[in-house]
Each structure stands twice: as structure tokens, then as C-alpha cells.
Design a binder for this molecule. Structure first.
Ligand SMILES: Nc1ncnc2c1ncn2[C@@H]1O[C@H](COP(=O)(O)OP(=O)(O)OP(=O)(O)O)[C@@H](O)[C@H]1O
Ligand SMILES: [Mg+2]
Length: 272
């Protein structure tokens, strides 16, 4: 039994794309729950439906069939079924409950780093001064210093841009942060930085659902789900991140090595 609190559950989720007269069944009767505090990772081959699943879970797109229920809100036990929401209602729902980070940062190039975050936050927060404080605090926590706050995205490095995008993703304190290959476009140092930020956020209680192609990123999660041809093949619990398994100075080196081995074995079983 899982005694963690459910944030959302999908039931019999299917997604079919119709191109010309050809129907492609991308997600097939999928059942899945996401739990509070987890860093859930979704892996699988290219084309297996990972992004499609992430978009359905997060209310970015609607499923063809099935339900997506969120167990969120101030009221205890409140259930919100979003799969039939209109576009407008979905947009409001997303703003209030979820955050996103993508492979490309999708920052608005005509606004400063700070304003990119403020704009997202202002749709929810009425107190501009408090919001700016929170944005600056978060930027500082991802090592974007004051001298960079007024810069436009094109004046920042790729790694800095993605850190700004992560801050934007969490500015509204979402119940879940969804990330689709958030380090896919970054070099190894920036990958490490962004992964550290995600780990820190998760340690502070942020629930995360991340799609990735790399073991290095997947290792940050505690629950790894493997998707093949639109169905969940299997999943594994490897426990919370225990630091770098290659770092001899890591005080939790044994634990880190054990979870790395467990993940590798799982992926091997999945035909990775
Ligand atoms: N909007 C769309 N219209 C038509 N087909 C789509 C659409 N979005 C995705 N597909 C198809 O659905 C399948 C799954 O796509 P998806 O983007 O979910 O894969 P993925 O697992 O995220 O792959 P990758 O690892 O390459 O990002 C692909 O065959 C893709 O062509
Ligand atoms: Mg994808």
C-alpha cells in the first residue's frame, strides 16, 4: 500500500491522434496516480508517448478518453475532474495548480528575466511588491544575481535562461511541477545546476513529474515509470536522491551506488 497522498489520478486514459484518415493510438488505457512529495520520472523510447502523457496530466491537452482527477485545493477531499474542461477553464486550472519547464525555455524575449516571472505570477498574485520579493528570492536561490534580473533572456546564457524558466515554473507554488526534458538542451555543467535546483525544490516538498532520456536526470527521482508504446511497462521505487554515486566524498556513497545500480538494472530489464 502507498500511504502517500495522491495529487492526481488518471483512469483509462487514451489519446488518439488522427492524421488524415490514419488514427494513431498514442496512449492506451493508461492508469496512474501521482503522489505528493514524489519526484516522479517518466522514461521510455522516443515516440512512446511521454510528452503526450505529460501534457494530458498537466491539463495542457485533453485526452481522447478517460478521466484526470486532481485531489487539490483548500477543501479536504476536493476532487476536480479536468478532462472535460474547456480551454479557458483549463488555463485557469493550470495557472492555479501546476507549473512547467520544457526543453526549450520559452521565455519571452521582449521582457527582462524578472518580468518573465512577474507576468506569470501577476495572473495569480495581486500584491506586486510581495511577488517581486518572492521572485527575487527564488532567482537568488538559483544563483541569478541582481545584476542579471533586468537582462533580457538573449543576454543570459542557456543555463541561466533555463534557471529563470524553472523559477517561472514554481513562482505560483504549484502542486506539481511538470518538466519535459528540462536539461535536454543544456551542457553538462548547466545540466548539473538545473538538476540540483530540481532536487532542492523536491527536498523542500515540491512534487515533480519529469520526462527524461538520461540516467543522470532520472537518478534525481525516487519513482521511475517506464512507458512503452503508450502503456506503462513497469515502475520502480529507488528511494530519494542520495547524491552523486561517483563522488567519493559523498557521505551517502553506498546508498547512491545502490540506487544507481537498481535504476540501471530496471532500465536494462525494460530493454533500454
Ligand atoms: N499533436 C500531434 N498530432 C499528431 N501526432 C502527434 C501529436 N503529438 C504527438 N504525436 C505523435 O504521438 C507519438 C508520441 O509522441 P510524444 O511526443 O508523446 O513522444 P515522446 O515519448 O515524448 O518522444 P520523445 O522522446 O522523442 O520526445 C509520436 O508518434 C508523435 O508523432
Ligand atoms: Mg517528448
Amino acid at each position: 500500500m502507498n500511504d502517500k497522498q495522491r495529487i492526481l489520478a488518471v483512469k483509462d486514459l487514451s489519446k488518439t491522434f488522427s492524421n488524415d484518415s490514419v488514427q494513431q493510438h498514442v496512449l492506451k488505457n493508461l492508469n496512474l496516480a501521482i503522489y505528493k512529495g514524489d519526484f516522479t520520472v517518466i522514461m521510455g523510447n522516443s515516440g512512446s508517448g511521454k510528452s503526450t502523457l505529460l501534457y494530458a496530466l498537466s491539463g495542457m491537452d485533453r485526452p481522447t478518453l478517460g478521466t484526470i482527477t486532481y485531489y487539490t485545493g483548500e477543501e479536504e477531499g476536493k476532487e476536480t475532474e479536468i478532462s472535460t474542461f474547456s480551454n479557458d477553464r483549463l488555463a485557469v486550472f493550470r495557472r492555479e495548480h501546476v507549473g512547467f519547464v520544457f526543453q526549450q525555455n520559452y521565455l519571452n524575449d521582449s521582457m527582462s528575466a524578472l518580468d518573465n516571472i512577474m507576468v506569470c505570477g501577476l495572473l495569480r498574485h495581486s500584491n506586486r511588491r510581495k511577488l517581486a520579493e518572492k521572485a527575487k528570492e527564488l532567482l537568488t536561490s538559483v544563483e541569478i544575481g541582481e545584476s542579471d534580473w533586468k537582462k533580457f533572456p538573449t543576454q543570459l546564457s542557456g543555463g541561466q535562461q533555463q534557471r529563470v524558466a524553472v523559477v517561472r515554473g514554481v513562482i505560483n507554488s504549484p502542486e506539481v511541477l511538470f518538466a519535459d526534458e528540462p536539461t535536454g538542451a543544456l551542457n553538462s555543467q548547466n545540466t548539473e545546476n538545473v538538476l540540483n535546483i530540481l532536487s532542492d525544490l523536491n527536498n523542500e516538498g515540491q512534487s515533480i513529474v519529469m520526462v527524461t532520456h538520461t540516467v543522470k536526470a532520472a537518478e534525481r527521482g525516487n519513482r521511475i515509470i517506464y512507458l512503452a508504446d503508450g502503456v506503462i511497462s513497469d515502475e520502480i521505487d529507488i528511494g530519494p536522491y542520495a547524491g552523486n554515486y561517483k563522488d567519493e566524498t559523498n557521505p551517502r556513497l553506498d546508498e547512491a551506488r545502490a540506487r544507481h545500480a537498481k535504476l540501471k538494472e530496471f532500465l536494462q530489464d525494460m530493454g533500454w
